[in-house]
Design a protein around this ligand. Sequence first.
Ligand SMILES: [Zn+2]
Length: 233
Amino acid sequence: MSKFSDSIKGFINKHFTQEITCTNCGKTGKTMFFSTLRDGHKICSSCKHTIPAEFEFKAKETSLDEFKELYAYMQNSINNLEPIFNATDEYSYGSFKVDAVHNLCKIGGSFVFEIEKIMSYDFVFKAEEFKDGIFSPKVKGDVYLTHLLLENPYARFNETTIKRGAKGKAEKRLLSSTVTYQNPAEMDEFLINFGYLVNKFEAEKKEKELQDLVEAKAQELLEKKLQETAASE
Ligand SMILES: [Zn+2]
């Protein structure tokens, strides 16, 4: 038999017949349905697909510990957050839904996450350039969610379209070719409301940190005092 057909056979054996075990859930299956993590561990396709498509997730760049953290987070989202999620219309915009009662968000039909986990985000209006050299102060465009980062677990999102065909405004100075675009009014309104919710958590987090610091310091002083008293007795 030729070397070539041997290697083909080896490949077929490895991918179609060899059985391996998922490090995360313990399920066994064919190699071809598994992904390899950064540290060499193998995960099955159903575990991998628990990570939503919106996440900038690459198996080969993720360690087993990082994967387990994301996996646990998604299980919690599906089992505990999804059932209570109820979008508040005044706070939602396009496919970005906000539940201002439970302080949760959801992108389209995807998963639910807590507002307090948001580290950064940006909403961008990309207007269609005016066509055929005819300037109109009314423009249409799409609104994108970009730079969305979550903490605990750390998760980076891909850029996502939130709203298509949103109506914004364009401005052009006389005799100038530079056009500036204004966000759609309802987008600005959403940004103010949503920014308020995000900042509320930011302020609460800072206050908690300060409180913890004060308590730690008080504890330290108290222990010092007790030691001094014990030493003097
Ligand atoms: Zn698995």
